[in-house]
Design a binder for this molecule. Structure first.
Ligand SMILES: C[S@@+](CC[C@H](N)C(=O)[O-])C[C@H]1O[C@@H](n2cnc3c(N)ncnc32)[C@H](O)[C@@H]1O
Length: 254
């Protein structure tokens, strides 16, 4: 199969140093060790982990590097993928976000061991609450295996500053998921800047969508906790709302 460095360079045109490769494997091993006592990942072998955690996470590197300078957040980070590898490789100040506090707590000593503890911190709470505490602070966000594209746009919009980017890792979204996301992206303040397909070394397809925040959303965000994922917005919500004035002004969570 080849080394991670070879795979990244030959398949994806991404160069990392030997030292960075070592740090990424140290990360994978640390997560697999923690996984013996806490459910952080379902990927159990080093071989699968190299592809599905390391190769896949690093695919996002050029997209995160293309975003404006500033704070990077990984939403629904779980075992720290893609957040920790991208923190290592980008050098950005990074916040790992997950609603399960003990998961992100377990990642803090890993970051220390990997030598990125000074620029990596964690938030154990819901994305919607982070958006109330730190609105428009982020330059770039990633999300893998978290939610539908439409929900991700809604969750990310209040966190991103103007010009900031949301990098979504998806398998193969359904036509319906795409139609909804593309129908609500403008009202949520986004433009689509990339829709790329990549083939991982196990033959699976990874699609990466990048959205750029261009304007404020047309409704007050975040909505009530859980709404973005349980009751996602659709284009019809905005069709009904055009002409109403109240959405923009109220900060009340609906
Ligand atoms: C399937 S895991 C994906 C983990 C990791 N991103 C990966 O690809 O391996 C989704 C994670 O998102 C977290 N999550 C789901 N909804 C969330 C929300 N609204 N706010 C914060 N975390 C959330 C869950 O606790 C879970 O750890």
């Amino acid at each position: 199969m080849g080394t991670l460095r070879d795979i990244l360079a030959t398949r994806h045109g991404i160069d990392i140093t030997e030292q960075q490769e070592r740090i990424l494997f140290d990360d994978l091993h640390a997560i697999m060790e923690i996984n013996k006592t806490m459910n952080l990942t379902r990927i159990l072998s080093e071989e699968d982990g190299m592809v599905l955690h390391l190769e896949d996470s690093v695919l996002g590197l050029p997209y995160v590097n293309d975003a404006p300078a500033g704070l990077y957040g990984d939403l629904g980070t779980g075992g720290g993928f893609p957040g920790i590898p991208l923190c290592v490789l980008t050098g950005r100040e990074t916040l790992l976000v997950d609603s399960v506090k003990k998961k992100v707590r377990a990642l803090e000593p890993v970051a220390e061991e990997l030598g990125v503890g000074d620029r990596l911190s964690t938030y154990g709470g819901r994305i919607e609450d982070l958006a109330l505490e730190r609105p428009r602070e982020f330059s770039v966000l990633t999300a893998r295996a978290l939610s539908s594209l439409g929900s991700l746009l809604e969750l990310a919009s209040p966190l991103l500053r103007k010009g900031g980017r949301l990098v979504c890792y998806k398998a193969q979204p359904t036509e319906e998921e795409l139609e909804i996301a593309f129908g609500i992206m403008k009202p949520l303040g986004f433009d689509l800047v990339c829709d790329d397909s990549h083939e991982l070394s196990d033959g699976s397809t990874r699609r990466i969508f990048v959205f750029q925040k261009a304007a404020n959303p047309r409704i007050a965000l975040p909505r009530r906790v859980g709404m973005a994922q349980r009751n996602p917005l659709t284009p019809a919500d905005f069709a009904q709302k055009s002409g109403q004035k109240s959405g923009q002004k109220s900060r009340k969570r609906r």
